[in-house]
Design a protein around this ligand. Structure first.
Ligand code: ZN
Ligand code: ZN
Length: 226
């Protein structure tokens, strides 16, 4: 009996004609219909072309992305699969902060399908810091991936002050937190950075700056939620 990974309810197997005709092609659902109905697809919410988060009806780009554009002269064009709502906040809490490794499977098929829609040469996940490895035991982003990826980035020692405790001005000035381990693997390539959540953008912009400096043809990013 299949149980919903999120709420534990029994998932009823109602096979469609397509599933019957193409056995094995469509993955078994990992979450129940009720939990699925609480997901909001980001592309359905008038997303910002810079960060992928929801814009006001009157906006064409959000204020924060205007600041990134001003600081770097380019934008990441981040796209996310799901909106960060109560459902995804609860999911992230259990998956990432309580370290429930099994929950990587909840959206794995959908997320990799989403990533396949991008034009890129190399998929580069955002690494986690050594102290996070020690407490969580896994990288929540690479655990989501079934597509091949390249470990081109590693974290460097940085102050551990939380992003959320800084003002925006302080965050903008945060020194680089990554270095490239394999620049030869990304030079002249179209890089798609991948992370679990787009929050302030600070982490992804640090990674993107290094990719631009290394001579990547294009750098974009994708996250599970934003
Ligand atoms: Zn459920
Ligand atoms: Zn934006």
């Amino acid at each position: 009996m299949l149980k919903c990974l999120l709420c534990g309810a029994t998932i009823e197997k109602r096979l469609s004609l397509k599933q019957l005709l193409l056995p094995g092609r469509i993955p078994q659902p990992k979450i129940c219909i009720k939990c699925q109905s609480r997901l909001v697809l980001r592309k359905s919410t008038h997303p910002c072309p810079g960060c992928g988060r929801k814009l006001l009806a009157s906006e064409t780009i959000c204020w924060e992305c205007q600041q990134w554009q001003h600081q770097y002269g380019w934008l990441l064009a981040n796209q996310s699969l799901y909106a960060y709502n109560d459902m995804m906040r609860e999911y992230m809490k259990r998956y990432k902060f309580q370290g429930d490794y099994g929950l990587r499977l909840a959206f794995q098929a959908e997320f990799n399908q989403f990533l396949k829609e991008f034009d890129y040469d190399v998929l580069v996940p955002i690494p986690i810091a050594p102290h996070t490895w020690q407490t969580r035991g896994f990288n929540q982003t690479t655990a989501l991936l079934t597509l091949p990826y390249t470990t081109a980035l590693t974290t460097i020692a940085n102050n551990k002050q939380k992003q959320s405790s800084k003002t925006r001005q302080e965050r903008l000035k945060t020194p680089q937190i990554f270095r490239l381990t394999q620049p030869q693997k990304i030079i002249h390539q179209r890089v798609l950075l991948v992370d679990d959540v787009y929050t302030t953008g600070r982490t992804l912009y640090h990674a993107a700056v290094l990719c631009h400096q290394a001579g990547c043809l294009e750098v974009k990013s994708a996250t599970l939620v934003s």
